[in-house]
Design a protein around this ligand. Structure first.
Ligand code: FAD
Ligand code: THG
Length: 837
């Protein structure tokens, strides 16, 4: 008897078939896979993917997905031939900047548990004898490489066939040559799909439609922010040098090769070479012009994902290839095509459930490289309601609404194509589109010479050039050390002056981009009580810092909950994922008990927020407000409505930078006036406008965690050092049972988030670097900043549980070991005198 829910998977590419398999392995076999193409060669991206698997990725989740895919494809075999050929992966550097970047890549690979090593030019040649030994254009030569022995080649199309065979045997049904034309619903629940050959009822529908994802989403009114782009791939005529080297026609023995300095990659196909290029201009695909090919006419060379080769786009890449691999000079291009696959605004995949149609899931914009790992996480999500891997960078709902518009998706995804192999600094902002979201203070910030970086489409000042003059006044002990060139990028010593003024006088911070939700209605209290770890039932006026947990006790988010009145709460949250999570929960509660309805509104754009913080904050506000803001009249973590120069303001007494003061909220139209009033009032007290550079330094001095960076759903509250935010004796909230059964440690980590200070007092790190004790890897850095007040660089890091305060570790930064010490935290004001004073 079939007891598992009825699942329809749309698409029998490498993602859809892996998902069917991961579900079947967990006992869910009541699955139908619907594929518009013929099942033996469906015609999507998988059907022509050359299958290079380079596992190294700045994202921990993506590296883990790749590692799992390698393992799974290695074990997937038929007739003694596995679906993974572990030839190793080699990335070469021909510029000093690239060589430095390879060191950084080795760093995060190490952090995520992937083994690789840097090799010298001689070993590059040994690994890859076809590499040129003479200088390249511009006098460049091979300076070295980064080699990952476990990388290699996936046989994606073959794996798909084997997975179909295996899952069919387990009971999964496949419908080939069947197109999904509609998604049916009852209310806000999916009920099935309409296809070219009839209705299929389902409890859960998962779209694994690859670059057709946007079209599939549209059937259900879901914006799927991906862009189909063409990418060029060629195979050459046979090379004499490879004659008789690789047995199989598609076989390979040499590593897969990346030449990022010219946007190229290479693999062997028997005695031919395959070359992929990202060097050409982005080639967005108009889905309406996709060739319509009958199932019985589909072949290796005729499929919808394969557009005609545009030779002129490839010409420079061909010349670059021949220069790098001289053996190519005596062969020609035998076959070339412009293959289609998906790009997204931030390069990550799209995974998760539609917030508006329950039971409809998406797993798209996924490379072969990550396919099995993504499928495993999706299976966990479907079956257990959560994935063991942190999906914050993959969530379908991570984008702000403006970021899902066709125009935004098109421009940013094309930009990601262009930059795919560029050396990118972690703080490097996109250049366009910009100024999509600006706070009401933007005009003043510009006048003050703000240097903006972008996040969630918001412009956020990182420092203000107008404060440069303060560097002359900066006391000796506040002067920051010289930075190495990499950590100096997108950073300025002016942040030191802004931190100095905030700690000694007062600073004005634009907190507008902090996402704010209004949660109202008779059921608001019950909803927040159930979903959060905090005691939010306190009387109006209370603000609570607390966590949203997943059922397994992992940290979904950390939020502030301000009770403005009995049925009116204001939440400070981390991203759109929180908004959609709460919105769905509110819908459920309202439906289950209409008397307990809850309304959740994103009020971020219609309101604004100034953080007025510093020991003189009270003096400043006293000049423009007659409200009593004394310590007793508005205590720490309390809120009240006040009036600032005639403007209605919600004041919340809390501070992410750890100083006396308030977050001051008002509606957007008053924002500029509020800024001007406070700035003017602050003049005599030395007020400065201050940016994210100072802010981030001060929050690390204070030990405040940044969700998504310092802690994620992979971590439990106690491990992350936020156990204090679980209300004493509270039970019955989401995640409570899991915590009660094993409070301290989750299943797959025995790690603790620790505060490190750098021993030499000057060396900077940036995040994601591996941490060692002797030769042993013990963890990785999350956030880092120079602590201007405490006069040392600070790094937070996940470390093995056994490592405690006082222990010495080493952080690896560009191949250099930087000694650091685990230090008691917070480094600044542990007695909370500043905040409560
Ligand atoms: P697909 O394989 O496209 O599968 C989606 C399926 O959904 C299709 O079969 C389609 O027919 C079906 N479908 C769509 N709409 C409907 C509908 N309405 N009804 C029914 N069925 C539908 N990745 C790597 O990791 N390494 C590489 O080296 C690599 N090289 C590449 C080279 C080229 C030239 C290209 C174009 C891509 C490359 N990729 C590579 C990317 C990789 O091919 C894709 O990311 C991956 O194959 C996507 O798999 P998928 O299952 O999501 O999509
Ligand atoms: N302000 C508001 N909401 C927010 C943030 C914010 N929501 C998202 C994010 N930032 C949440 N993160 C924090 C982290 C720490 C604190 C506030 C928000 C904080 N912590 C006190 C501490 O640890 O000492 C809490 C003390 C207590 O619980 O009483 O202030 O910046 N509005």
């Amino acid at each position: 008897m079939r007891t598992s829910p009825r699942v329809v998977i749309i698409g029998a590419g490498i993602v859809g078939t892996n998902l069917a398999d991961e579900l079947a392995e967990r006992g869910w076999t009541n699955t139908t896979v619907v594929e518009q193409g013929p099942l033996d060669l469906a015609g999507g991206s998988t059907s022509h993917a050359p299958g290079l698997v380079f596992q190294t990725n700045p994202s921990k989740a993506m590296t883990e997905f790749a590692g799992y895919t390698v393992g799974k494809l290695l074990s997937l075999s038929a007739d003694g031939v596995s679906c993974f050929n572990q030839v190793g992966g080699l990335e070469i550097a021909t510029t000093p900047a690239r060589f430095e970047d390879l060191k950084r890549r080795l760093g995060f690979a190490t952090s995520w548990g992937l083994e690789g090593r840097l090799i010298d030019p001689d070993e590059c040649e040994k690994q890859y004898p076809l590499l040129s030994t003479s200088p390249l254009a511009d006098g460049r030569r091979i300076l070295g490489g980064y080699f990952v022995p476990s990388d290699g080649l996936a046989s994606a199309a073959r794996a798909t066939q084997l997975l179909i065979r295996r899952t069919r045997a387990a009971g999964v049904e496949y419908l080939g040559s069947t197109t999904v034309t509609g998604i049916t619903r009852s209310g806000s629940r999916v009920t099935g799909v309409e296809t070219s050959s009839g209705m299929i009822q389902a409890d859960l529908v998962v779209s694994c439609a690859g670059f057709w994802g946007r079209e599939l989403g549209r059937l259900a009114g879901l914006a799927v922010p991906l862009l189909p782009l063409a990418h060029q791939y060629v195979t050459t005529t046979p090379l004499r040098e490879l004659h008789g080297v690789n047995e199989l026609p598609n076989g390979a023995g040499r590593p897969i090769l990346r030449y990022q300095d010219r946007d190229l990659y290479f693999r062997e196909h028997g005695d031919r070479m395959g070359i992929g290029s990202y060097a050409h201009k982005p080639l967005p695909v108009d889905m309406d012009e996709l060739p319509r090919i009958d199932a019985n006419e589909m072949s290796d060379h005729r499929m919808p994902s394969r557009l005609a080769f545009t030779e002129e786009d490839f010409a420079p890449s061909w010349a670059d290839s021949q220069e790098l691999l001289p053996a190519l000079r005596s062969v020609g291009i035998e076959d070339g095509f412009n293959g289609i696959f998906s790009f997204t605004p931030d390069g990550g995949p799209l995974m998760g459930e539609s917030p508006d149609l329950e039971g409809l899931f998406v797993a798209e914009a996924v490379w072969v490289t990550h396919s099995a790992g993504v499928a495993r996480a999706m299976a966990e999500l479907l079956i257990e309601g959560r994935s063991r891997t942190d999906l914050s960078g993959c969530e379908l709902t991570r984008f702000e609404k403006v970021q899902t518009s066709d125009a935004y998706v098109s421009e940013t995804s094309q930009q990601n194509f262009v930059e795919i192999y560029d050396v990118l600094h972690p703080l490097q902002p996109r250049t366009s589109p910009r100024d999509l979201r600006v706070s009401p203070f933007n005009v003043r910030q510009r006048e003050l010479g703000a240097v903006f970086l972008e996040a969630a489409a918001w412009e956020r000042p990182h420092w203000f050039e107008a404060n440069r003059g303060l560097l002359d006044e900066l006391p000796e002990e506040w002067r920051p050390p010289e930075r190495d060139p990499w950590s100096a990028l997108f950073s300025s010593p002016i942040s030191a002056a802004e931190a100095w003024r905030t700690r000694t006088a007062v600073g004005l911070y634009d907190m507008t981009p902090l996402k704010r939700l209004s949660v109202t209605g008779p059921g608001a209290e019950a909803l927040l009580h159930r979903l959060s770890t905090g005691n939010i039932t306190k009387k109006p006026g209370a603000v609570t810092y607390c966590l949203l947990l997943a059922d397994d006790g992992g940290i979904r988010s950390d939020v502030t909950v301000a009770r403005l009145s009995t049925e009116d709460f204001q939440l400070g949250v981390n991203s759109n994922v929180d908004f959609d999570y709460l919105r769905v929960a509110a819908r459920h509660q309202s439906a289950a008990d209409p008397a307990q309805w809850v309304q959740i509104t994103d009020i971020t754009g219609s309101t604004c927020c100034i953080g007025l913080w510093g020991p003189l904050a009270r003096e400043v506000i006293g000049k423009v407000s007659t409200d009593d803001l004394s310590n007793d009249a508005l205590k720490y973590f309390r809120t009240k409505q006040i009036n600032v120069g005639g403007i209605p303001v919600t004041a919340m007494r809390l501070s992410y930078v750890g100083e006396l003061g308030w977050e001051l909220y008002t509606t957007a139209e008053y924002g500029l006036k509020l800024w001007d009033l406070l700035f003017e009032a602050g003049r005599e007290y030395g007020i400065v406008a201050a940016g994210r550079g100072a802010f981030n330094s001060m929050r690390l001095e204070k030990g405040y965690r940044l969700w998504g960076t310092d802690m994620t759903s992979e971590h439990r509250p106690h491990e992350a050092g936020v156990g204090f935010s679980i209300a004493k004796d509270k039970t019955g909230f989401v995640g409570a049972e899991a915590l009660a059964s094993s409070p301290a440690s989750s299943a797959h980590t025995s790690r603790t988030l620790r505060c490190l200070t750098i021993d030499d007092g000057t060396s900077m790190v940036l995040g994601k670097e591996p941490v060692f004790v002797g030769d042993e890897l013990t963890g990785y850095v999350t956030s880092a900043a120079y602590g201007y007040t405490v006069r040392t660089p600070i790094a937070y890091a996940w470390l093995a549980e056994a490592i405690g305060v006082g222990d010495s570790v080493e952080i690896e930064y560009f191949g250099r070991r930087i000694p650091a010490t685990v230090t008691a935290e917070p480094l600044f004001d542990p007695g909370m005198e500043r905040l409560r004073g």
